[in-house]
Design a protein around this ligand. Structure first.
Ligand code: GTP
Ligand code: SPV
Ligand code: MN
Length: 586
């Protein structure tokens, strides 16, 4: 398809190519949302839940092969392979367009083509960016409605914006005259999630699930936005964003980047298990960081809703999430109880029997899980009872600390502080994590996941490290010359019996407490070869069933192995890997 910058022309061109039965523009009106949900019910994509137990909520069951992001079918199509870098799947843009051109030909036949104008970030913010997703999936359209600012109000602003990102999505299943649809159409045999950063364009074919299909999220707000951030001097990150208030009433904003299914939603909705502390949520998955007029590094959440992991969510682990999803929520791939409510593994109480995520009979003795491990809930951000008052502020919030974390069953201590911005960038670059169900592939395999951006960086990761380092130079040109402090955390150390050492969840506030004290220079700490560590005497473990040693001890020899691994990993970036980071590593 040739590049078209005009919205009307692009819509016409896509419709001409894909041949939908009709075209519907998403206006954002509540009655349109209700009508689309009814359409999804009539197509058996949505099962309405018990109206008393879970008002205005639905269960969707995906095709069992379409349950998570597919990284090996995700492509960065820059002009040269070097621009995409060694960690991305690169494809020549012309070659990819040729392939897609054939697949897109008539691919929406018999279906409605939805045009969804959306805005990532507060409507009136200079830091927000616009996009339009064209999709033949009503499930995608209603999901965007809950997760993103969409509709007429957006369109009015979009037409005057300097640019917008074109996101084209098709499930790839045209319908012949009279052919009956399936509840979850997809083409997992012909899957392409393709990004053309130079054209600010995404084309996704074949999947209806999550990050593969909701193109505003990972495709735009991370992959394309990271590219925009490089060109325009800001950062698009896989980070939650929270406001934390201590018992004295002092409030600070903190971001944290953890890989997929490693605890962002849980930290974003944390209910502190220490008296007097308060945590308020701005975002649970993506943050855009930029320079404020006052010279501070500030952040917005470009999204307006949650697409969170359901399994493991309970009133015990995450009561705030449970309240958030108590109504007006779309559930995908969870279990259905006889009561007409949903359930999943790790919930407070499970029924004795029910229907599993595939629609098969399930009992508590079943060997198969009731919910798919990457089952998700979709809900609007305003349903979060701990929503921060500044969640929609066009100027964002000033960031005091940045946390990097991963899922590491050994070696990595609970928390440590970087001595400098440069060491902090190395913390981010050195992140590794055990893989989860959020992406198709092996589970629990340790892999490098720098800045939790391995699947989401839209350009050469070596350049990305350089862009992070440059923020320090940028800061020095600003009035205050201050930057957030950087920390590395790990909630997931395990004992020999496989249990977690750290209680996590609400007790993660103890780590935030130490960070708060460090930021205020109120607590002594210990320098070590791997950063600044807490002193046993000043880290609050009172009432917990774990020891300081279990959480913080490490063997130098093992850490040397970690450094050696990192050196090997860096080598693939060649000249793109910043020399100062290599020095820092040495
Ligand atoms: P994405 O939406 O995929 O980006 O994931 P996320 O980073 O938001 O992860 P989320 O908070 O949804 O957590 C994923 C899984 O990790 C859930 O099963 C949680 O129960 C579990 N988890 C989250 N926080 C903790 C913690 O502090 N300790 C332990 N042991 N598990 C946790
Ligand atoms: C992730 O995998 O990091 C997610 C879920 O947040 S998805 O939107 O499917 O990418
Ligand atoms: Mn995520």
């Amino acid at each position: 398809m040739k590049d078209v910058s005009n919205l009307d022309e692009w819509i016409k061109e896509v419709a001409y190519k894909t041949r939908p039965k009709n075209v519907e523009v998403i206006t954002g009106a509540p009655d349109q949302y209700a009508r689309l949900c009814n359409t999804l019910i009539s197509h058996k994509t949505f099962i309405p839940l018990n109206q008393e137990l879970r008002p205005n909520s639905f269960l969707a069951r995906s095709n069992p092969d379409d349950v998570a992001r597919v990284e090996e079918r995700t492509f960065i199509c820059t002009n040269t392979k070097d621009e995409a870098g060694p960690t991305n799947n690169w494809c020549d843009p012309a070659e990819m367009r040729q392939k897609l051109d054939i697949l897109l030909d008539g691919c929406m036949r018999g279906r409605t083509m939805y045009v969804v104008p959306f805005c990532m970030g507060p409507l009136e913010s200079p830091h927000s960016r616009f996009g339009v997703e064209i999709t033949d999936s009503a499930y995608v359209a209603v999901s965007l409605y809950l997760m993103t600012r969409v509709g007429d109000a957006v369109l009015k602003l979009l037409i005057n914006a300097p640019y917008f990102v074109k996101c084209l999505h098709s499930v790839g299943c045209p319908l012949n005259e009279g052919q009956e649809d399936v509840p979850w159409p997809c083409r997992t045999d012909e899957l392409y999630i393709s990004h053309f950063p130079e054209n600010l364009e995404v084309i996704s074919f074949g999947s209806g699930y999550g990050g593969n299909a909701l193109l505003n999220k990972k495709s735009f707000a991370l992959r394309i936005a990271s590219w925009l951030g490089l060109k325009e001097g800001w950062l698009a990150e896989h980070m939650l964003l929270i406001g934390v208030t201590n018992p004295q009433g002092v409030k600070k904003y903190i971001t944290a980047s953890f890989p997929s299914a490693c605890g962002k939603t849980n930290l974003a909705m944390l209910e502190p298990r220490l008296p007097g502390w308060k945590v308020e949520c701005i975002g649970d998955d993506i943050s855009w960081l930029f320079w404020g007029k006052d010279g501070t590094l500030r952040a917005i959440n470009p999204e307006m809703g949650f697409f969170g992991v359901a399994p493991g969510t309970s009133f015990k682990t995450n009561p705030v999430a449970m309240k958030t999803i108590s109504h007006d929520t779309i559930f995908t791939n969870v279990g259905l109880a006889p009561s007409g409510d949903v359930f999943w593994e790790g919930m407070d109480s499970l029924p004795d029997s029910g229907t599993n995520w595939k629609g098969e009979k399930w009992t508590k003795n079943s060997s198969e899980k009731a919910a798919q491990p990457n089952a998700r809930f979709t809900a609007h951000i305003t349903q979060c009872p701990t929503l921060d008052p500044l969640w929609n502020d066009p100027q964002g919030v000033p960031v005091s600390a940045i946390l990097f974390g991963g899922r590491r069953s050994s070696l990595i201590p609970l928390v440590r502080e970087a001595r400098s911005w440069q060491e902090g960038v190395l913390f981010g670059a050195m992140m590794s994590s055990e893989t989860t169900a959020a992406a198709k592939g092996a589970l629990g395999a340790l892999r490098h996941d720098p800045f939790a951006m391995l699947p989401f960086c839209g350009y050469n990761m070596g350049e990305y490290f350089g862009h992070w380092l440059d923020m320090a130079k940028e800061a020095s040109h600003r009035p205050k010359n201050i930057l957030p402090k950087i920390y590395a955390v790990n909630w997931f150390r395990k004992r020999a019996d496989g249990s977690f050492v750290w209680p996590g969840f609400g007790d993660n506030i103890r780590v935030l407490e130490w960070i708060f004290e460090r930021l205020d220079k109120n607590v002594e700490a210990r320098e070590s070869s791997i950063g600044i560590l807490p002193l046993k005497s000043s880290f609050n473990l009172s009432g917990l069933n774990c020891t300081f040693e279990e959480l913080f001890s490490f063997e130098d020899a093992e850490w040397k192995g970690e450094v050696q691994n990192m050196k090997k990993y860096c080598a693939q970036f060649g000249d793109h890997f910043p020399k100062v980071l290599l020095e820092e590593l040495n």
